[in-house]
Design a protein around this ligand. Sequence first.
Ligand SMILES: [Zn+2]
Length: 202
Amino acid sequence: MRSLGLFSYRCAGCGQLARTTCEHCASKIALCPTPNCSDAIVALSYDGLVRDLMLAFKYQNHRTLATLFADHLVSILRKTAEINSVDVVTWVPTTCERRIARGHDQAETLARLIGRLLGIPVRKLLIRETVGHQTGKSRENRLIGISLRARSMNTPITVLVVDDVVTTGATMRSAQRALYQAGAASVICAAVASTPAPAPRR
Ligand SMILES: [Zn+2]
């Protein structure tokens, strides 16, 4: 029997053997409608194929998926008027534990690609702060417990903050607040995908 080889790759969308995301899945993504999201400029709805590809990107660090998502979000951003005023691209940092477990910070990977595509510098402006121990807190407290701080800015600049998936919007609001407190003139939020309906609050 012929071995598939160590470096064989399967399309993260449909499982067929392909060197990158297969053409069929890539074209499906290109045709996905842009969802309505009040928290950020969003390219895709986080379900079905998008969800499968996003999970593969996060946990298997498929570079081709990062490019696919970044290209798609950039094409949406280029249709907005705000994009022309952006001075710096940054990202919502993931937790240190997740970055180590996954081998990369997926939001940083996206921000760096997006910055390159747009020709805008990318800077690490946001720092995630640990607020006490998460153990023993209720789910709601854990959700609220996202604390972000931003490096202070010498001049008031317009910042594009990038994340992979927007769920409740709490993280984006926290990032926005931190950047304004640090002296940003304007903050534009963008994400590859948003969950179709707001997560239920308990
Ligand atoms: Zn496929």
